[in-house]
Design a protein around this ligand. Structure first.
Ligand code: LLP
Length: 470
């Protein structure tokens, strides 16, 4: 009988498969995993952009997300430099679902990125940040009519069609307003990519996009070309997340380009843009080795050029949509340790359960995806020996684990601050108020200064939703 994962989950996972050898130096910060400016200050604490995390914790409270602004800008700039070349002009769209605030959107557009949104909420943030609507792309498999209207009214540059029903809907919205809306068609190409592996199938059993194998994609192209208020600019495909090499993109591009050729042959219509989506991976733990941005860009460019030559299509403008790769590695979460519980897990083998003041409400990725993270004692350095440790939250379920397996100093005590690295993407963005925990603040640091990107929620924020509590 299957057991509910919320129950025995932590108990069932006694072994620590991901726990490598005991580290030589528990104070070290792996530059592949930590934000670019993270170092240990003279007093032993971690500092980012010259700001000590104890001072930030004091000022803003914990849990606290701390983002390195220069690191974000550098990664964004490197993406544009690597992808947008004279040989292959490329628009880099930042996938706002990873994490979005008005300040972040401003930084990214200043660095030359466009923004990809997938709800009216994300669109509103981008618009309030002053992002040029022409540089916004709108995704989603179930955009409401109100969302389509908002996007068209705002003058959003690209809307990604995700179903046959949406073609009719969007055409009506655009026609009523007397505008021609530029669109992509999202294809489902039967490629599912993750880290070094990808699966290529002939079927496309998922909710997103229009299947290339069943004819739905071709029917969509025909309908869009015929729609009076829509203009087909390109084809889109997104194959997965946390991808470490270009192999999956090669198969996807092959199928997307085949579809572009088919559209040309059937309807005498040539698309001018090709959007290969996001999913470029980052390092979460030591040993994660995603291909560097320049190599990935070069590989993707070569693939697109070769594929287009194969079917005699002019090389289109390329679009990519990285989210995690821009912000994931640029932020940490700082927690305060509340309790330390040595637990005998296996006839004398002790695991330290370190309970922190957040948990699955600010990082659901460990519980949801078995995600792995790097964690360090952040408020001081230590000469202590290492202990097999598990960082757990304060929620009422045993699956509330932030870092499942870690070597942490055996002397970690209540009041110490722990920092979890690479939490810039899909942590605050997927945060919840489970157990009525207010969602943490996000601050950014630069040149010794901090600023609030999102303030901490208050109890009043939460209670404002409950009429009986007012
Ligand atoms: N474009 C599209 C159409 C997407 O669906 C996504 C992510 C991206 C771009 C950006 O992917 P990225 O470069 O950030 O991997 N919550 C999961 C990730 C879900 C991603 C969904 N779509 C996680 O925490 O790993």
């Amino acid at each position: 009988m299957a057991t509910h994962p919320a129950g025995p989950r932590s108990g069932a996972l006694q072994h620590a498969p991901s726990l490598g050898n005991q580290p030589n130096d528990l104070n070290q910060l792996d530059p592949a995993v930590w934000p670019a400016s993270a170092t240990r200050a003279a007093n032993g604490e971690i500092q980012i952009a010259g700001v000590g995390i104890s001072a930030l914790a004091e000022q803003y409270g914990t849990p606290l997300f701390i983002m390195d602004e220069v690191d974000v800008r550098t990664r964004a700039r490197n993406y544009v430099a690597a992808y947008d070349t004279t040989e292959m002009p490329t628009d880099v769209y930042y996938a706002g679902k990873a994490f979005l605030t008005t300040t972040l959107a401003k930084w990214l557009t200043e660095e030359g990125l466009h923004i990809d949104v997938c709800t009216a909420g994300e669109l509103e943030v981008a618009l309030r940040a002053g992002v040029d609507p022409a540089k916004i792309l709108f995704h989603g498999n179930n955009k409401s009519v109100a969302e389509l209207e908002k996007a068209v009214d705002a003058g959003v540059g690209r809307i990604v069609i995700d179903s046959l029903i949406e073609i009719e809907r969007l055409n009506k919205v655009a026609a009523l307003r007397g505008v021609t809306q530029q669109v992509f068609i999202r294809l489902t190409v039967g490629v599912e990519a993750h880290t070094h592996e990808f699966i290529a199938t002939a079927h496309e059993d998922q909710k997103f996009g229009l299947s290339v194998s069943s004819g739905a994609a071709l029917a969509a192209a025909e309908a869009v070309i015929a729609a009076e208020a829509l203009s087909l600019v390109g084809l889109h495909s997104h194959i997965g997340s946390q991808i470490f090499d270009a192999a999956g993109f090669e198969v996807a591009a092959h199928r997307v380009v085949d579809m572009a050729a088919k559209i040309r042959d059937e309807f005498d219509f040539t698309v001018t843009e090709l959007n290969l989506g996001g999913g470029m991976g980052i390092a979460y733990v030591e040993g994660d080795d995603p291909i560097n941005v320049n190599h990935m860009a070069k590989a993707i460019h070569d693939i697109v050029i070769t594929e287009c030559a194969r079917v005699h299509l002019p090389v289109p403008k390329l679009c990519v949509e990285p989210g995690r790769a821009i912000v994931g590695g640029t932020a940490i979460t700082v927690y305060e340790v509340g309790t330390v519980k040595p637990v005998d897990v296996d006839g004398g083998n002790i695991r330290h359960y370190l309970s922190v003041d957040g948990g699955m409400s600010d990082n659901i990725r460990t519980a949801l995806y078995d995600a792995e993270y790097t964690v360090a004692l952040a408020s001081r350095s230590t000469d202590s020996v290492a202990a097999v440790s598990r960082v757990v939250g304060k929620h009422c379920e045993s699956g509330d684990i932030v870092v499942r397996d870690a070597w942490l100093p055996a002397d970690v005590a209540p009041g110490d601050l722990l920092a979890v690295a690479a939490t810039g993407a899909y942590c605050r963005a997927m945060a919840s108020n489970y157990n009525y925990l207010p969602r943490p603040a996000v601050v950014s640091v630069r040149d010794g200064q901090s600023q609030v990107l999102l303030r901490r929620e208050t109890m009043d924020d939460l209670l404002a939703l409950d009429p009986g509590a007012l």
